[in-house]
Design a protein around this ligand. Structure first.
Ligand SMILES: Nc1ncnc2c1ncn2[C@@H]1O[C@H](COP(=O)(O)OP(=O)(O)O)[C@@H](O)[C@H]1O
Ligand SMILES: CC(=O)N[C@@H](CCC(=O)OP(=O)(O)O)C(=O)O
Length: 269
């Protein structure tokens, strides 16, 4: 059975059209066992701001103190998760919301004491997902994790999606965001990129901020997933699997020249 993990980035969540959600529902009805993992960075920032806190990040990861974790949980497992589930239900999918804490799905350890309650993924226990997928459900997962000792952690959603894709043996990992793919210094969008090229672009600062955990998850996923693609959720038909593969976005590939043409037609947007 074909499996796909779709990560919906917070950057784009609130702008996704009904047709995006219908495309998700259609994937399920066409036999794709699909899992949605979501972030919600901008919504968390907004709530931290309303509560008088300023968000702070290190290499794209939110420094998460006790209050920060409460906000992250309330926003990710609360409003964001429920909003996505209801939009998917409206689009005809049988969506069910849960977080990486539920069913012990995402087991983590503390990544770095300087980041506070930020989890590094240790293992994924996909039993709960298997049960849901076999029952025809579309799981929608908020990126939280547990250490098994009663502590909960904030997990970057790209990292969570990559780990889940590997654990369930997904063919595709699709990272849906607000840009048409990875841009070079001159703003052109790459059709494909290798781990070596990614390393150089990160070192030069051409890949920065929230794109860093995305490319890290993409590179980590490469050994387990057939295809990893970063694409723009607002591009119409971005999830349509023509001939079994996705046409837009930047594909992360092991060798250069695996895609025709270096740059995508969607240049600077
Ligand atoms: N080389 C790059 N190409 C494209 N986007 C990049 C690049 N480097 C950094 N970015 C930034 O990464 C952002 C996407 O990451 P992020 O905001 O965390 O999105 P999401 O919420 O979808 O995970 C883009 O909006 C862009 O500002
Ligand atoms: C540790 C860490 O940084 N966690 C992220 C979780 C949400 C996320 O990843 O949201 P995006 O999809 O919008 O990036 C955060 O707190 O913002």
């Amino acid at each position: 059975m074909k499996k796909v993990v779709i990560k919906i980035g917070g950057s784009v969540q609130e702008r996704l059209s009904s047709s995006f959600f219908r495309d998700c529902a259609n994937l399920v009805s066409r036999g794709w066992r699909s899992v949605i993992v979501h972030g919600g960075g901008p919504a968390i920032n907004r709530w931290q701001g309303r509560m008088g806190f300023s968000p702070s990040f290190v290499n794209g990861l939110r420094v998460t103190d006790d209050t920060g974790l409460e906000v992250v949980e309330m926003v990710l497992a609360g409003t964001v998760n429920k909003s996505l589930v209801s939009r998917l239900e409206q689009a005809g999918a049988s969506a069910v919301g849960l977080s990486g804490v539920d069913g012990g799905l995402i087991r983590v350890s503390q990544k770095d004491p300087a980041l506070g309650w930020v989890g590094e993924v240790e293992t994924v226990r996909p039993a709960v997902l298997r049960t849901l997928l076999e029952g025809g459900w579309l799981p929608v997962i908020a990126s939280l994790g547990t250490d098994g000792a009663g502590c909960r952690y904030n997990v970057n959603a790209d990292t969570a999606a990559g780990a889940i894709a590997g654990a369930i043996g997904a063919e595709y990992l699709v990272l849906v965001t607000d840009v048409p793919g990875i841009r070079t210094g001159d703003e052109r969008v790459l059709k494909s990129i290798t781990p070596g090229q990614i390393e150089k672009m990160v070192a030069k600062g051409e890949i920065h901020g929230g794109m860093i955990p995305k490319v890290e998850a993409a590179v980590a996923g490469l050994s387990q997933v057939k295809e990893v693609v970063i694409l723009d959720g607002c591009s119409p038909g971005c999830l349509s699997m023509e001939n079994g593969f996705l046409s837009g976005g930047t594909r992360i590939v092991t060798e250069e020249g695996m895609c025709d043409g270096a740059f995508s037609d969607v240049s600077a947007q």
